[in-house]
Structures are given as structure tokens and as C-alpha cells.
Design a protein around this ligand. Structure first.
Ligand code: BES
Ligand code: MN
Ligand code: ZN
Length: 533
């Protein structure tokens, strides 16, 4: 998909479809007594004119994701005009804008439209926005100064639009053949229409960043989308290697010998049951000029299929366990973005890739495994395998000298019970780490909710025979798993992201297809950029 910028007046732009956002700019008390009158977020009078009748009729509204498509709009060069509801102006942020761009892509590609142009919402303009805002949609007493601004800078808006467009363009129907495949249409070109007085060099930079981040997110989704027969630990390692050589990262891949040599007994305990060889993947980014005292470690759970092992899962829904490597894919995708964006901070990603299978070689409930750190683990449930492989991943990151750790994993069904499909769970060993990550989260427009790690929960991990058990009470299961991991992060500042409920979209949404979401990648990239020295 090509992305470009234009300063042509929207009405003069030749495109298959001009896309304009409608916002509800009324104040609350007004909203109650007045009938709807959405504001057309475009200063071009001809565009507002073309939209006038369909808005007056009440057919086109500012309701979020409301879609109205007009053909041959009067006095416009565009073949079509798409009016996209963006909700209330006062709630409008880059998060909504990102989703609207995705909605435009998903709406138009289904109609075999190959290119469109989206007008930056008025309020995203750095200057002159209030004076050019549509007066007719504003309160009587509105002046150039008191038009409510949604306060998105033009570069932030461009970045959000580019990200949203790429995210919306992703189609998971890889293996559809014949007739169905014809439906798999792609948008060739997205044009973002900015004001001529915008600083185009800033917009170009934002477009470039947005493109790298979103393409990396789609790279992650691509890995997660593959079924387990086509995404074994070996294939995941090959894909990481290929990506690394394309973007100039170093990538090492180790097998069973090295895993045993490093005494990764917890990782090996899971891997020993599978005929597919495991892979320990290490991606290194070490830019010149980076601070010597910061070394970020990104640890990803790469279970390419989780049957549960001997504590086997029920058949119903087991097919979804192909996405149990989403944490790994997220870290690999984040490393791609980092290598291309070049922040000045040292980052190493450690990916633990294996299947979790029942077999004659598989570990059994009651077995005791000695982790790389020397701690012993009584295996109560072989389905609690993610925490085992991550335990050794965290120890290895510490051994490699990482000063701050982040792991991402589809770790527990319990996080889905706690937070549903909306928020990912975030666990942080220090407030400083949490605050840094929360800030990154907000910038990235991803939803995560902090979960507790109180000492009292430690009771849960006690074993009779070993230092700890790998599974216990039904209650507080996501916290239990995090407390277990904390034993291996030790005193290194650490964040754990449980993305079990958010790595896979359960339904199609206007802005994103059902399937792998690529959650956490954008936050991780922002988090890493925040350490730029
Ligand atoms: N991969 C699963 C967690 C999961 C559940 C991911 C739902 C995505 C969607 C994990 O390995 C697992 O099986 N966890 C168990 C732990 C239990 C046995 C202590 C769980 O959450 O049920
Ligand atoms: Mn499991
Ligand atoms: Zn799992």
C-alpha cells in the first residue's frame, strides 16, 4: 500500500473516493435540545456543500463509524465522497482517528475501490483551524477563538491515519482459494490531505514512522495468523532470521543442545515432549551512541501450539492455541520497528519457541524441573507451560546483562476472566516501569490495565517438594502466573504483559479484521523510544 501526502484543495483532488470525517461539536446541554448537526471536518466549502443535503436529511451522522457513501458528489473532482462519523469532538483523539482510517480502508476495499484520500480533520491543523471550522455547526456565540479544538497535532494525526490504514488493510484469509480469494482486495494508495500551511517535512516524518510501526504490527500479525503446521519453532526462527537480515539486526538461533547446556530445565521440560525441535532466538540491537547503563530485554512466549501437554486441553476451541506464540511474534515485530526507527538504546529480544505436546517423552504432573536460575519447580499442571519457558527466558536476559525487562505472553485464561477482550493485563515490579509503559500505552492507543503483585499473593506458589509450584488455585490465576515470573525477574525492573484476551480479535470490527491483533507492539516501540539517550 502506498501512502502519500497532498496539499491540493480537497474539492480539486482526483481520487476514487474523498473521505471526510463528521464530528459532533455540540456542547452537552445543546445536544439534548437540538437535533443533530454534525460538523464536516473540512475547510473546503465545496466539500461541505456536497455533504449538506445528506446531513440535513439526517442520513449522515457524526455517530462513531457511521458510514455514508455518495457517488459523483457535486462540484468535486473525486468520484465518490465518504462521510465517516467520528463521534463527539471533545472525545476525539488519535485513537479514534486511527480506527477511522482503518474503517475507511475496510469499507472501500470491499467495494473494489483501490485508492482514496482522507482529509485531516480540521482540528488537527496546527494553525488557522478555528477560523476555518464550519460555522454553521457551531453554537451561535462561537468565535474564531472558542471553537472547541480536539487538540491533535497534524503530525500525530498523519501518523495515526497511516497506522490505522495499514491495520485495516490486513486480511487474515491467507489460505482461501478461488472465488473467495477475489474478495481479498487491497487498497493501492492512501492519500492524506493536509493544509498547505502545514509543515510538510514534519508530516513526512510522521508518515514514515507510522508506516514502519504499522508494517511491523502487520508483520507480527502475519506470524500469529499462520497455523501451527506452518509456523513451527523452526519456521518462526527462520522468519526472525530473514527479517533480521533485512533490517540489519543480529539474530542467533539455538536448539536443544544449547538449551540443555544453559541448564534451561523449565524451558526444556516443556520442549522435551514435542517432536518439533525448540528454538531459542536472540535478536540484538546495539546502536552506536547508546547509553552504557541501559539494556532493555524483551522476552516473548513462543508456544507455536499449546495442547496443554499431558494436562491436555478440551477439544472445544483448541484450534485457537496456534496463537500462543503471539508474545514472541510481538517482540520480533517490535525489534523490526526498532531496527528501522533507530532509537539510541540497546535492546535484546529473547524468544522461547516450542510446542506444548503430550507424548511418551512429555513431562508429567508431579515432575520437578530445575530452572536456569537454580530454582526448582513442581509441575502441577503441564498446561501452565508459558510461565516455565518465560522463567528461563527472564534468567537468560539477566545473564546477558539486561537492566530492564519486558515480557509479553498469551499467558492465562484468567486474564480474560479478569479483563475480557478489551484490556491487556500489565504487571509491573516498579512504579517507574509502570509509568513509563503507561505513557507509551497512551501514545500508542492500546488499552492495558494494571494488575497487582502484592507480596500476599506469594503464598500461592508454595510447594511441598520444591521451591514453587507452576499452578495452583483457580482464583487470581493471572496474578499467580505473574508472581511466578517475578521469582525469575528477581530484582531487575520488570513488566509482564498478559495478552491472552487481546492478541486475537474475536469478531470483525469496522477498523480491524477478526484474527491476530498485533496488540502491544506499538506500546513496546514507544516504550523503547522513551529510553532514547
Ligand atoms: N496459552 C494458555 C493461556 C491462554 C488461554 C491463551 C486462552 C489464550 C487464550 C496457557 O498456556 C494456559 O493454558 N494457561 C492455563 C494455566 C492453568 C493451567 C494454570 C489457563 O489459563 O487455563
Ligand atoms: Mn497452556
Ligand atoms: Zn500456553
Amino acid at each position: 500500500m502506498n501512502t502519500n501526502l497532498s496539499s491540493t484543495a480537497p474539492s480539486k483532488l482526483e481520487t476514487d473516493c474523498l473521505v471526510v470525517i463528521l464530528l459532533d461539536r455540540r456542547e452537552k446541554d445543546q445536544a439534548e435540545k437540538d437535533k443533530p448537526s454534525p460538523s464536516v471536518e473540512c475547510a473546503d466549502a465545496a466539500v461541505r456543500d456536497a455533504a449538506k443535503d445528506v446531513i440535513a436529511s439526517g442520513e449522515a451522522t457524526a455517530k462513531i463509524f457511521d458510514i455514508t457513501l455518495l457517488h459523483r458528489p457535486a462540484k468535486l473532482k473525486a468520484k465518490r465522497l465518504l462521510l465517516l462519523g467520528g463521534g463527539k469532538a471533545k472525545n476525539f483523539s488519535t485513537t479514534e482517528l486511527r480506527k477511522l482510517a482503518g474503517t475507511a480502508v475496510r469499507t472501500l476495499k470491499g467495494k473494489s475501490i483501490r485508492n482514496f484520500a482522507l482529509v485531516l480533520p480540521e482540528s488537527a491543523a496546527p494553525s488557522g483551524a478555528p477560523s476555518s471550522a464550519p460555522k454553521d455547526a457551531l453554537p451561535e456565540n462561537a468565535t474564531a477563538e472558542n471553537v472547541p479544538s480536539v487538540g491533535i497535532s497534524a503530525p500525530d494525526a498523519v501518523r495515526a491515519i497511516v497506522e490505522g490504514a495499514f491495520i485495516g488493510d490486513f486480511d487474515p484469509g491467507y489460505y482461501k482459494s478461488g472465488k473467495d480469494k477475489e474478495k481479498d482486495q487491497k487498497i493501492d494508495t492512501v492519500t492524506i490531505v493536509a493544509n498547505a500551511d502545514d509543515k510538510f517535512s514534519d508530516l513526512e516524518a510522521a508518515l514514515h514512522t507510522g508506516r514502519i510501526v504499522a508494517e511491523s504490527q502487520n508483520f507480527t500479525r502475519d506470524l500469529v495468523n499462520e497455523p501451527s503446521n506452518l509456523m513451527t519453532p523452526t519456521i518462526l526462527a527462520e522468519r526472525a532470521k530473514k527479517m533480521a537480515s533485512e533490517v540489519g539486526l543480529s539474530c542467533e538461533v539455538y536448539g536443544a543442545d544449547k538449551i540443555r547446556q544453559l541448564k534451561m530445565g523449565a524451558f526444556w521440560g516443556v520442549a522435551q515432549g514435542s517432536d518439533e525441535p525448540p528454538a531459542l532466538i536472540v535478536l540484538r540491537y546495539d546502536p552506536p551512541g547508546a547509553a552504557k547503563d541501559v539494556h532493555l530485554g524483551l522476552v516473548g512466549k513462543g508456544v507455536t501450539f499449546d495442547t496443554g501437554g499431558i494436562s491436555i486441553k478440551p477439544a472445544d476451541g483448541m484450534e485457537k492455541m496456534k496463537y500462543d506464540m503471539a508474545g514472541a511474534a510481538t517482540m520480533i515485530g517490535a525489534m523490526r520497528a526498532i531496527a528501522l526507527l533507530k532509537p539510541k538504546v540497546k535492546v535484546t529480544a529473547i524468544i522461547l519457541a516450542t510446542e506444548n505436546m503430550p507424548s511418551g517423552k512429555a513431562q508429567k504432573p508431579g515432575d520437578v524441573q530445575i530452572a536456569m536460575s537454580g530454582k526448582s519447580i513442581e509441575i502441577i499442571n503441564t498446561d501452565a507451560e508459558g510461565r516455565l519457558i518465560l522463567a528461563d527466558g527472564l534468567s537468560y536476559a539477566r545473564q546477558l546483562g539486561c537492566t530492564h525487562l519486558v515480557d509479553a505472553a498469551t499467558l492465562t485464561g484468567a486474564i480474560v476472566v479478569a479483563l475480557g477482550y478489551v484490556n491487556a493485563g500489565i504487571f509491573a515490579s516498579t512504579d517507574d516501569m509502570y509509568e513509563r509503559f503507561a505513557k507509551a500505552n497512551q501514545q500508542a492507543g492500546e488499552k492495558m490495565w494494571r494488575m497487582p503483585l502484592d507480596e500476599e499473593y506469594k503464598e500461592l506458589i508454595k510447594s511441598n517438594i520444591a521451591d514453587m509450584v507452576n499452578a495452583g488455585s483457580r482464583y487470581g490465576g493471572a496474578i499467580f502466573a505473574a508472581m511466578f515470573l517475578k521469582e525469575f525477574a528477581e530484582d531487575t525492573p520488570w513488566i509482564h504483559l498478559d495478552i491472552a484476551g487481546t492478541a486475537w480479535m474475536e469478531d470483525n470490527k469496522p477498523w480491524i479484521a477478526k484474527g491476530p491483533s498485533g496488540i502491544a507492539l506499538r506500546s513496546l516501540v514507544e516504550f523503547v523510544k522513551g529510553w532514547n539517550s
